[in-house]
Design a protein around this ligand. Structure first.
Ligand SMILES: Nc1ncnc2c1ncn2[C@@H]1O[C@H](COP(=O)(O)OP(=O)(O)OP(=O)(O)O)[C@@H](O)[C@H]1O
Length: 247
């Protein structure tokens, strides 16, 4: 039997296996079940957007994929391998990289120090920095500034750079738009669109469907802990706005 690397993007996994797959996943906070049988597929190299109003279960779904929350039923698969019950550390070792809601930067560390965190997976700091400052020259100008003192958009640039420094198999982006001005949101999603063109697999959650339409390959509408529709992002956005938000 040949042993292969478990996650696509980390070499030898079969290319046809989705990088992430949830099958009938259920999850609960205490006695309250909040995911009620979620089926979701993120094919390699594609961008899948989880859409829907507050409380639908988008963040919880992301937490399951990044090993931050256990399932009560169902399966989590990474590149075809059943990894249900995985810890956050194991998920990160397998190339799952998440930028949580509300940004994933260390406020009391400088830009450089935040990037240094990405080197834990083996990429030299100089390489992570060069890639970050080439993509976001503003970060280069602020390399010795405390992350917490930067604008929301700059912090998101840093969070993205740190994530990319780990060469993720799949990038999880939760509500990138949170707290950002509309212009900055569209700039951030332009960048995510570039990452998608580079072939990075992305699962993102977003309340504002319209901003992800240009970059998502597939959208899934989440309501009440279930995925109630999956398909072309424009169709799903239409369904979301007419049926659930009243147009
Ligand atoms: N730590 C928690 N303890 C108890 N209930 C929680 C907790 N986190 C979330 N919930 C509940 O789980 C349900 C799903 O929440 P979740 O955050 O996954 O939804 P969401 O679609 O991401 O919404 P939002 O965009 O507001 O984060 C909600 O009813 C929420 O109140």
């Amino acid at each position: 039997m040949t042993v292969t690397s478990p996650v696509a993007g980390h070499d030898a996994a079969a290319p046809e296996e989705p990088v992430v797959e949830l099958v009938g996943v259920r999850a609960a906070y205490g006695a309250i079940e909040v995911l009620k049988g979620v089926d979701l597929v993120v094919p390699v190299g594609s961008v899948v957007a989880l859409l829907g109003p507050n409380g639908g279960g988008k963040t919880t779904t992301m937490k399951i994929v990044s090993g931050l929350m256990p399932t009560t039923a169902g399966e989590l698969r990474l590149s075809g391998r059943n990894v249900t019950g995985i810890t956050a550390t194991e998920a990160s070792r397998l190339g799952v990289c998440s930028i949580p809601e509300g940004r994933g930067v260390f406020a009391n560390l400088t830009v450089r120090e935040n990037l240094w965190v990405a080197t834990g997976t083996g990429t030299p700091l100089a390489e992570v920095e060069e890639a970050a400052y080439t993509r976001f020259p503003k970060l280069g100008d602020r390399r010795n500034q405390l992350a917490g003192s930067m604008s929301g958009g700059e912090q998101q640039m840093l969070a993205l750079s740190r994530a990319l420094g780990t060469s993720p198999a799949v990038l999880l982006l939760d509500e990138l738009s949170m707290g950002l001005a509309p212009m900055i949101v569209s700039q951030m999603y332009d960048i995510v669109g570039q990452l998608a063109e580079e072939g990075i697999s992305i699962l993102l959650a977003e309340q504002f469907a319209r901003v992800v339409l240009p970059i998502a390959d597939t959208a899934a509408l989440m309501l009440g802990g279930r995925i109630v529709a999956v398909g072309d992002p424009a169709d799903i956005e239409h369904e979301l706005s007419t049926t659930y938000l009243g147009g």
